[in-house]
Ligand binder design. Structure first.
Ligand code: CUA
Length: 345
């Protein structure tokens, strides 16, 4: 118990800080119409609850003081039974409060459930895997892993599925969460008026590395989105014509070791495999959470060599020195650094 009191203040501070970190993983700083709608519901419920607590506590304290037993006063107060006025008041007030809470809640719930696509909306199929995210754009014929690019000011409809166990899709700055369930398609919609990178997370306990199942929603202006989608649709050969000999060699290493699980430019991969790597070098993190720098390949090499050390329980096998020797690794890293669709110039 003593420890609890020592730890509690720090936990609270951490909780507060978690809300204002660089990754905007908070529902309290809404950045789109859906998140704003949900935020106002949170505030409305909070205000009503505070109002109830304040009024009840005030009456309680008043009664405690006003009617307490006074020294020497032994008379029994007047006994009453029932009071119509009081009973009407304490029935009516909660009904009114519940109505104030219920009407906007029900209305917004219907608005949020409207996930039928119209001609201006963009549909993205999201599949949760242990422990990464796959984003398929059926109308554009492209698939992306980990980072989901969306155009600003566009109604985006996410159709959520899962390949193995239940996951849950959550981008708190843009929208509330929804489960990815194997065999069922749940949908949610959102819109991002501002460009930016919005942190997403899996919020359903889905295995050993559930807490590392992060992704990013990257909202860009419609022109950039168009360019990105075109780049993603390029066949591998045209996409990343490796410039140096080293990178060309790296591509062979890639084809031998990685291509059966990780597609690039629509080539390779398999349904049980790992994320598409077409724009790999443009990601800020490896495996959804490991900070890296394309210049310095150490983080990436460590990940390829011992993926289980970083993300226990994931499906990627370790590539030791027998599989990929030091030189091959260097060329592979160089090749991976060419996998860009936006800033390839
Ligand atoms: Cu997927 Cu937690």
């Amino acid at each position: 118990m003593k420890n609890l009191w020592r730890v509690l203040p720090f936990s609270l501070i951490l909780l507060l800080l978690a809300g204002c970190g660089k990754q905007n993983l908070t529902a309290l700083d809404p950045r789109g119409p859906v998140a704003e709608m949900q935020y106002s519901l949170i505030i409305l419920s909070l205000l009503i609850m505070i109002f109830v607590i304040v009024v009840v506590a005030a009456i309680y304290i008043y009664v405690l003081i006003r009617f307490r037993e006074k020294p020497g006063d032994n008379h029994i107060p007047k006994q009453v039974e029932g009071n119509k006025n009081l009973e009407i008041i304490w029935t009516a007030i909660p009904i009114v409060l519940l109505l104030i809470l219920a009407v906007p809640n029900v209305m917004d719930t219907f608005t949020l459930a409207e996930t039928e696509p119209d001609e201006d909306s963009l549909v993205i199929e999201v599949t949760g895997h242990q422990f990464w995210w796959e984003f398929e754009y059926p109308d554009l014929g492209i698939t992306a892993g980990q980072d989901v690019y969306i155009p600003t000011d566009t109604r985006i409809i996410f159709d959520l599925e899962a390949s193995d166990v239940i996951h849950s899709f959550w981008v708190p700055a843009l929208a509330g969460k929804q489960d990815n369930v194997p065999g069922i398609t749940n949908s949610l919609w959102l819109e991002a008026p501002e460009e930016g990178v919005y942190q997403g997370k899996c919020t359903e306990l889905c295995g050993e590395s559930h807490w590392l199942m992060d992704f990013k929603v990257i909202a860009v202006d419609p022109d950039t989105f168009e360019a990105w989608a075109q780049g993603m649709a390029e066949p591998e050969a045209e996409l990343s014509e490796p410039t140096g000999d080293v990178a060309a060699e790296g591509r062979e290493v890639y084809e031998e070791n990685c291509l059966s699980c990780h597609a690039v430019g629509g080539e390779g991969g398999n349904p049980q495999g790992g994320p598409d790597l077409t724009n790999f070098a443009e990601r800020e993190v490896i495996a959804g959470f490991i900070e890296w720098d394309a210049e310095d390949g150490d983080a990436l090499e460590n990940w390829i060599r011992e993926p289980q050390d970083y993300k226990p329980g994931n499906n990627m096998p370790a590539f030791g020195h027998e599989a990929i020797d030091e030189d091959e690794m260097d060329s592979l890293l160089e090749y991976l650094d060419t996998l860009r669709v936006l800033d390839s110039e």
